[in-house]
Design a binder for this molecule. Structure first.
Ligand code: URA
Length: 231
């Protein structure tokens, strides 16, 4: 991870304070003063701040049931951020592994581990995301095939990856996808002439939503590890 992140994760300093300390030459990595905050460092490196050895805290992994009308950004931008309701330390270090729109509810995974997030969101790992979708008009079985074959989304040069559409009732479906482009699900339905009226994420990989609306919990070790094997 970056040196500035390491300093934040091993002390109570804010990012601004960590930068000031690094630039002032107070941080030593394997015997050398490092003033480049972007320098990549590793757990095995010997890193000291004013002579005190630093040890990074472990990464954090959480699951939350997102409410309608909240946003996945760390700051309020016209709507309240879902991070406002997380009463834990250093919330600003956390991010969402696969954001949901303001009008989407359901499962979000929250972490400060960028590599873990990458494994969840990059299509090559085939991590499945399962959505329950409400539509503005009745669905037909003829739709299953085009979703399976890969839809042409507006503005994209490549077809969407194959997706599994399961029709639950005339205007409700479950859709399983392995990618997460901007407004992915809404655009997939637009491509077949439908408008999404409600959207809820039920599952990511093996992790299913199991907390009430607005609540959160820590992931178990097995849940955290489950993404490494999805490839
Ligand atoms: N696809 C969308 O269109 N919106 C979301 O919030 C998530 C996936």
């Amino acid at each position: 991870m970056r040196l500035d992140k390491f300093v934040c994760k091993s002390t109570e300093y804010t990012k601004a304070e960590a930068l000031r300390l690094i630039h002032a030459g107070h941080v030593i990595v394997n015997g050398d003063v490092i003033v480049d905050e972007a320098r990549q460092v590793h757990e095995n490196n010997t890193i000291t701040l004013n002579g005190e050895s630093l040890k990074a805290r472990g990464f954090r992994y959480l699951l939350m049931h997102k409410r309608l009308g909240t946003i996945c950004s760390n700051v309020d931008e016209g709507y309240p951020s879902l991070f406002n309701t997380l009463e834990i330390d250093k919330v600003s270090e956390l991010h969402i592994a696969g954001r949901l729109d303001v009008d989407t509810t359901g499962l979000v995974l929250i972490t400060d581990d960028g590599r873990w997030t990458f494994d969840i969101i990059r299509p090559m790992t085939n991590c499945q995301k399962v959505y329950r979708v409400g539509l503005s008009k009745d669905l037909s079985d003829d739709l299953i095939e085009p979703f399976k074959n890969g839809l042409q989304l507006h503005g994209e040069s490549q077809l969407a990856r194959p997706a599994e559409l399961q029709i639950l009732s005339p205007r409700e479906a479950r859709l399983t996808v392995t990618e997460g482009k901007f407004h992915q699900i809404k655009r997939m339905f637009v491509a077949v002439g439908y408008r999404v009226v409600s959207l809820h994420r039920e599952q990511i990989g093996e992790i299913a939503l199991d907390v009430p609306l607005g609540e959160w919990r820590h992931l178990t070790r097995d849940e955290v590890k489950s993404f490494a094997t999805v490839i």
